[in-house]
Design a protein around this ligand. Sequence first.
Ligand SMILES: Cc1cc2nc3c(=O)[nH]c(=O)nc-3n(C[C@H](O)[C@H](O)[C@H](O)COP(=O)(O)OP(=O)(O)OC[C@H]3O[C@@H](n4cnc5c(N)ncnc54)[C@H](O)[C@@H]3O)c2cc1C
Ligand SMILES: *[C@@H]1O[C@H](CO)[C@@H](O)[C@H](O)[C@H]1NC(C)=O
Ligand SMILES: *[C@@H]1O[C@H](CO)[C@@H](O)[C@H](O)[C@H]1NC(C)=O
Ligand SMILES: *[C@@H]1O[C@H](CO)[C@@H](O)[C@H](O)[C@H]1NC(C)=O
Length: 441
Amino acid sequence: MADGKKNIVVIGGGIIGCTSAYFLTRHPSYDPSKHTITLLEATKIAGGASGKAGGLLALWAYPSSLVPLSYKLHKQLADEHGGEERWGYRAVHCGQVDCIGRHLEDKKPSVEGKEDRATDGLANGDGRPDGTGNVSLQKRSKEAMGRLRAAGVPADLDWVSADSLRMYDEMGDPSTTAQVHPFQFTTAMAELAREKGADIRVGAAVKSINYSFGGDAVDGVSYEDKETGKQETIPATDIVIAAGPWSQKVYPPAPISALRAHSVTIRPSRPVSAYALFTQIKLPSNFGRTNEVNKGKGARSFKASRGEQIVTPEIYARPKNEVYACGEGDHMIPLPKNSDLVEVDESRCQDIVDYVSSISDELREGEVTAKQACYLPNVNASGSGGPLIGHTGVKGLILASGHTCWGIQNGPGTGKLVSEFVFDGEAKSAKIKGLDPRMVL
Ligand SMILES: Cc1cc2nc3c(=O)[nH]c(=O)nc-3n(C[C@H](O)[C@H](O)[C@H](O)COP(=O)(O)OP(=O)(O)OC[C@H]3O[C@@H](n4cnc5c(N)ncnc54)[C@H](O)[C@@H]3O)c2cc1C
Ligand SMILES: *[C@@H]1O[C@H](CO)[C@@H](O)[C@H](O)[C@H]1NC(C)=O
Ligand SMILES: *[C@@H]1O[C@H](CO)[C@@H](O)[C@H](O)[C@H]1NC(C)=O
Ligand SMILES: *[C@@H]1O[C@H](CO)[C@@H](O)[C@H](O)[C@H]1NC(C)=O
């Protein structure tokens, strides 16, 4: 526009939309007297994957064109806004572990007031009750310690049972790996954007993007106001599509697909050290809670007998005595209309709890605090591993989506680059030609 006025509309209040709004309000060219920034979120800020992800940040993530910028910005944001306290930013260790899972026994005292004895040959040096109800305080026997050292296991990774751990392979250390609490981070970004003038509208479901005559430039956005049920249209010179797995619904050419994944949070029985673990757990035959253990409310049906299986949950220790764990993705239920309609399969969540319980007493004896599911946005186009960030070819229409399993790590970098596409016309802080949406649109 000749007068330099801009009406910028961001579609989606996940991490990508919220960091975009944040960096738009911090861009040197942003002038509230000339520019409006409106974020439209259909359901709830961080109601999708951005509120239910693990929150691992890593210099060894991908794509390499974006990761270093975003990793650095995470640190800067944490320093500037007290992220350590506000959204749990901290450096962590990260490793791949090979484990042997153990059967889950009933830990409740029996009628005589005695603890049930472990039946799978566990040594008492592992913090388990002995036959008298005594719990050894010396967590690990000398013999076990020697074996763990030989397997490369760090001494402070003491919340995975010594009898389960077979190997530890370091993937990252606190100089290359960090974490945030994704829900706290995303909502803080929205709040900080609001403080500098962004208009954050929740309950605003975008129905259509309106184009000027001929369709070569954007003109406005129509959305349904959930509260009034009314259709509203706002003018737009610049539109940022940050609707994650829903991006194709608002912009059909976007090659973004959705993958559901379940996760849980657990308050462990005691605080655990700061590790993110990519596990490989070999479960024994007929693994699962028995009817006896699980009778009563919430009981699950008796598990059919089955052989050994290998499962691979990811486990992230978090500050404030929380542990997050997630499982593999599934295509069983297609993406629903809204983030609050996502179906949670209780048994898949319980499986994750059981898997991680099989290698850790602290988790088995902990309290499950959330069972949840969400959809992560994948790029469904050959030649791109995602994400797609930049101009679409329609004037004023910018895509920022398809962040796969690294959207938390890559959120700030994406937001910064979006602000540059809007105000500078091009990416300045990183060379991201390889992420250009026009390659696949
Ligand atoms: C189990 C799991 C673990 C993960 N762990 C990590 C991790 O450790 N580290 C990491 O970096 N990444 C992780 N990720 C990936 C990360 O969660 C995603 O890449 C990221 O959250 C995607 O953010 P987004 O903003 O693009 O999408 P979303 O979070 O899905 O946000 C999109 C938003 O758009 C809104 N919306 C949709 N349609 C409309 C519409 N028509 N109008 C208005 N609003 C609309 C939705 O309501 C939603 O709030 C994980 C993902 C999963 C599933
Ligand atoms: C627990 O161990 C202590 C010290 O070994 C012993 O004195 C005590 O009797 C034990 N408690 C029980 C209930 O056996
Ligand atoms: C925007 O597009 C929708 C759907 O095509 C249409 O119903 C609406 O009237 C348009 N609004 C404006 C202001 O052009
Ligand atoms: C990916 O795209 C192809 C065609 O473009 C489509 O047939 C397929 O269903 C898509 N896959 C997913 C998971 O959306």
